[in-house]
Design a protein around this ligand. Structure first.
Ligand code: PSU
Ligand code: MN
Length: 303
């Protein structure tokens, strides 16, 4: 089975031109309408402005798709809650049933790899939730990094997670975690988490060289390109921490678990911060899109 490519994505891939994959769960389940629709379009335009072709990935009527129209982006933006959040495990189900689903980091990586797209921009990847040592709630995003050959530009991992456990889980699976211009693992809303990154690259060219080296020696899987949120949009960790703790407590109280947990926490945080966490989320995604396009460009020149 193939991923159905839009005309611009198909043309770019066939000529070895830079392409950046984008996910659809962040649209459908990560942000409210209409900010999510504006973000989806802005991120695509940022990718273009930086010299690459955007390929937003989703499943529509059972078809695996890369490169959506504005109307299709709007469908995911407007119908968020009723659209299925599709991780890698769910892909065969939506295909078999002819359903429409929004792809997470994990399933977007998988479809990007199938389509031959090597770079992907998200907001913040999933990871080990707090208490994962007992409840086993570790995002399939982590396992996908061991399977799909895609470099993912992410603002570290979401601060709602246990970042120490997340880094350990990535290390176990042999996933390179690269700080982009930083020695610190970023914490989504904040530039610094208190954890260091094991590797550092300072330019898109450096990252492209690492991608090339990894896959030239047939090391399977992707890599994490940890790109801190721009300083102007940052919410310092000490400031957001108590709010995150409250959101996690509220999720426990309401028995929210499984794939509903991340969307619940993001929404709860946006509500209690009066939209400040949402503004930060949008700023970091936009920043990741620019860096991802620059990496895709450097990588296409390396091949
Ligand atoms: N980044 C964001 N917002 C999001 C996500 C990433 O800025 O909503 C989504 C991604 O699709 C990621 C998912 O794969 O959150 C993680 O969900 P879970 O913890 O259930 O695996
Ligand atoms: Mn989970």
């Amino acid at each position: 089975m193939k991923v159905v490519l839009s005309a611009p994505v198909k043309a770019a891939l066939s000529k070895g031109k830079p392409v950046v994959a984008l996910e659809s769960t962040i649209i459908a389940h990560g942000m409210p309408y209409p900010q999510n629709f504006e973000m989806a379009q802005k991120v695509e335009s940022i990718v273009r402005a930086n010299g690459a072709v955007p390929a937003t990935i989703a499943v529509i009527d059972g078809k695996l798709r890369a490169g959506l129209t504005a109307k299709e982006l709007e469908l995911f933006a407007k119908n968020g809650p009723s659209i299925m959040k599709v991780s890698t495990r769910d892909l065969p189900f939506v295909v078999a049933k002819g359903l429409t689903g929004a792809t997470t980091v994990a399933s977007t990586m998988r479809l990007a790899a199938m389509a031959g797209i090597a770079v992907f921009a998200t907001g913040g990847m999933g990871g080990a939730h707090r208490g994962a040592e007992l409840n086993f709630d570790i995002s399939a995003d982590i396992t996908e990094f061991a399977e799909s050959n895609v470099a993912v530009v992410t603002a570290g991992a979401k601060a709602i997670l246990d970042l120490g456990l997340t880094l350990e889980a990535l290390e176990t699976r042999g996933v390179p975690v690269v700080g982009f211009g930083t020695d610190d693992f970023p914490a989504f809303y904040s530039r610094v988490s208190g954890f260091k990154v094991p590797l550092r690259c300072d330019t898109p060219k450096d990252v492209a060289a690492l991608m090339k080296a990894k896959w030239a020696m047939k090391l399977k899987g992707g890599m994490v390109v940890a790109n801190p949120i721009p300083a102007a949009a940052e919410i310092p960790a000490a400031e957001i921490a108590p709010t995150i703790d409250k959101s996690i407590a509220e999720a426990k109280r309401q028995n929210v678990a499984g794939k509903a947990l991340t969307p619940f926490l993001l929404k709860h945080l946006a509500d209690v911060t009066g939209g400040r966490s949402l503004a930060a989320n949008i700023a970091l995604v936009e920043n990741n899109a620019a860096v991802a396009a620059q990496i895709a460009k450097a990588y296409s020149q390396k091949r």
